[in-house]
Unconditional design. Structure first.
Length: 272
């Protein structure tokens, strides 16, 4: 009899312990949507028309930019996966430079999209946060990418070398040009040892330089703009008017009016 009671008590005790040990799993935390990054101009894409803005984009949207900066259209086609994708239609044949000082540089890309021989140049840019694209007369920076939102900043190129014209001697500079100036160049660059800016026009620079007779010389204005870029070369002496966003290309030097404001300009010299 005593043995039976002990067995019953043991069974009850075991069942009680099992019941006390059971508990419901805690509820899974609700997914949170990251807050979109702030931008000085909010989502107002019209703020970009003058080529200087900071906007937030939450998906595909067109960004209006005055054509005098060398672009007919900027179109955000996608935001996500840590990057914003932008298509740029160039109003002039131009070279585009990119830089990725911070961020996921490996996922960045700039590629030309196939068009007909008479169509404007179109490029597609995949820009993670920190990516910088330098169009001839505009700089676009992907400042932040959070979820399905991104912040893009458009700005006019800066004269990073100020008024120090001597910084251009090696053919790689961005300088302020307040009016007619003479810029010293290394003679090996093939421009006769100097580049003279003879006039700063509302949308163009008038320049003069000397090249060896027979040198390859290209002035890029694009399409119907060619009539606005008169160029003469007599005995190696070149006189040319090059539009904002256009460029003059020599075998060892590229001459780009990067910004014009009133009677002053930013001139960029770069290797081809």
């Amino acid at each position: 009899m005593h043995g039976l009671l002990r067995s019953v008590a043991l069974v009850v005790l075991v069942f009680g312990l099992a019941g006390c040990g059971a508990s419901e799993p805690p509820p899974a935390p609700a997914p949170t949507t990251p807050a979109p990054p702030p931008a000085a101009d909010g989502t107002n894409v019209e703020a970009c028309r003058d080529g200087a803005c900071e906007i937030r984009v939450d998906g595909p949207v067109g960004i209006p930019v005055d054509e005098r900066y060398g672009t007919q259209a900027l179109q955000v086609t996608a935001v996500g996966g840590g990057a914003v994708t932008v298509t740029a239609t160039m109003s002039r044949s131009s070279t585009i430079y990119s830089d990725c000082p911070v961020g996921d540089c490996a996922s960045a890309s700039v590629r030309s999209k196939a068009t007909g021989p008479d169509d404007p140049q179109v490029v597609e840019v995949r820009a993670p946060a920190g990516y910088i694209v330098r169009f001839p007369a505009l700089t676009m920076t992907s400042s932040a990418v959070v979820g399905s939102s991104a912040v893009l900043r458009l700005a006019h190129p800066e004269a990073v070398h100020g008024s120090d014209l001597a910084a251009c001697r090696d053919g790689d500079c961005a300088v302020a040009v307040p009016g007619p100036v003479t810029i010293p160049l290394d003679p090996q660059l093939g421009a006769g040892g100097e580049l003279r800016v003879t006039a700063v026009l509302p949308e163009a620079l008038r320049v003069e330089f000397t090249v060896p007779v027979g040198s390859d010389l290209r002035v890029s204005c694009g399409g119907d703009d060619l009539a606005r870029c008169p160029t003469t070369a007599r005995g190696g002496r070149v006189q040319s008017t090059v539009l904002l966003g256009g460029q003059i290309t020599l075998p060892k030097l590229r001459i780009v009016p990067a910004a014009i404001d009133g009677g002053s300009a930013v001139l960029r010299l770069r290797p081809p």
